[in-house]
Write a protein that binds this ligand. Structure first.
Ligand code: GLN
Length: 294
């Protein structure tokens, strides 16, 4: 049976989660839900399906991420389209989404459960995962999403269209906070309620140890954060608070190994009343949170 053949090949080559990987690829090629693979075990695959599958299995063995092979990734319960122009969304990044939703619900003046009137900036949006999850769960909010990569913005825009969220997300191309500054000068933006970001943050000294599926296939531009992993985190934590209103939040994802250093920077930035570190679902120090003072 195809599934066991793929499972064996992946296990032998040391691919992570071999069974899941086999199921995802097979259901992708057959165009069916994963569960169906076990209901229709005897459905024969056509010659074309077999050839396509052989090619995908070969690529998976070369550590190409299954999300690129199927062009699909899941984030915060949403199915997104991804390809090698963008980083594959990680569950760790959901920490940022949860923090924003919680703040809206629990703090007066942040739009309540629907985020009515709230303005959010998502810097280094990549596939658009954070911006899309927030726009979906806060139907009263508007989001400005930026990225330096034109290619990434194309992927993010296409995701917004597919999810019917493009009327509340504006995409701007440029380096870090620069597009937001231009935007504010042009008189488009009031001050932000939230500024969130998952910038590239892998420090040079950790790069060698990064898994081949990440290092050899995902965009380096979205991963590497300079010598100390703070090349982009530092200017974000220093300058983003200027753009955010009192009691609003700046949330920046960081390398767990650099979280303490990032927290030090976060605390010293102008206008910050309080800064702390949030853990991701694996219990790792992952997101630096700055709460703005009055
Ligand atoms: N969390 C990713 C990884 O370690 C890195 C993401 C990023 O640099 N923003 O694979």
């Amino acid at each position: 049976m195809l599934l066991s053949w793929m499972n064996d090949a992946f296990t032998q080559k040391g691919i992570d989660s071999p069974r899941l990987c086999a199921e995802l690829l097979l259901s992708h090629v057959l165009g069916c839900e994963r569960l169906r693979l076990y209901m229709d075990v005897d459905r024969p695959a056509s010659e074309i399906e077999r050839t396509t599958l052989r090619d995908l299995v070969q690529r998976a063995i070369n550590h190409e991420p299954v999300q690129y092979l199927t062009s699909e990734a899941w984030f915060f319960g949403m199915q997104l389209r991804v390809d090698r122009r963008v980083l594959i969304p990680r569950p760790s990044t959901e920490t940022i989404v949860e923090a924003v939703l919680h703040h809206c619900k629990s703090r007066p003046g942040f739009g309540g459960k629907t985020g009515e009137g709230v303005l959010i900036a998502d810097v280094c949006t990549g596939s658009g995962c954070i911006a899309l999850a927030l726009a979906k769960h806060l139907p009263g909010a508007r989001v400005v999403a930026t990225d330096i990569s034109h290619d990434a913005l194309e992927v993010a825009r296409a995701n917004a269209e597919r999810l019917n969220l493009s009327d509340r997300i504006e995409f701007l191309e440029g380096d870090l906070l620069k597009p937001l500054g231009d935007h504010a000068k042009a008189g488009h933006a009031k001050s932000l309620d939230f500024l969130v970001s998952n910038p590239p943050y892998i420090p040079d000294d950790e790069w060698e140890a990064v898994e081949p599926n990440v290092k050899d296939h995902e965009p380096t531009l979205a991963l590497r954060g300079g010598m100390d992993g703070l090349a982009l985190v530092r200017p974000l934590l220093n300058e983003a608070p200027q753009l955010v209103k009192p009691e609003g939040l700046v949330l920046v994802e960081v390398a767990a190994s650099r979280a303490a250093e990032a927290l030090g920077i976060a605390k010293k930035a102008p206008r910050v009343a309080h800064a702390d570190i949030m853990q991701d679902s694996d219990g790792l120090d992952r997101v630096v949170r700055q709460t703005l003072g009055g």
